[in-house]
Design a protein around this ligand. Structure first.
Ligand code: ZN
Length: 132
């Protein structure tokens, strides 16, 4: 088995500011970590909730990967990230079984090794694999 846990759910937002009132103030969730991923044009905010986390993705520039998503679909759930022991092996297994990996293995938030599976081969869900 390659995964047993959801690492996080990624949510695309135009701006985090107007979301804090609900997620931080009303629901009382704890924002644990903020990180700028300049190479991907993103600012990432992690929120702890139980054994998993939410990851808010805010664009840093107009041509970031999130900007294209926001233009096309608007704010909302962007991806589901599964925690895997070995991202290289999981990617290999996915490709062997016909699931399309986007842009290979990359350096994601928190310096972790990540890979993304194309939604066309996963039932419409962008899946991120995060090495634990
Ligand atoms: Zn993610």
């Amino acid at each position: 088995m390659n995964t047993e846990k959801i690492d996080h759910i990624g949510i695309a937002v135009e701006s985090i500011e107007d979301k804090l009132k609900l997620y931080r103030d009303v629901l009382g969730l704890k924002f644990s970590n903020v990180e700028s991923l300049e190479n991907r044009g993103l600012k990432v905010y992690f929120v702890e909730i139980g054994e998993t986390r939410l990851e808010f993705l805010e664009p840093l520039s107009e041509n970031s990967e999130i900007s294209r998503f926001l233009e096309k679909k608007g704010e909302g759930i962007h991806h589901i990230a599964f925690k895997v022991k070995d991202v290289e092996k999981t990617v290999e297994d996915c490709e062997k079984n016909g699931f399309k990996v986007i842009a290979g293995i990359q350096k994601g938030a928190e310096g972790k090794k990540v890979a993304f599976l194309h939604p066309k081969t996963t039932g419409g869900v962008l899946i991120e694999l995060v090495e634990s």
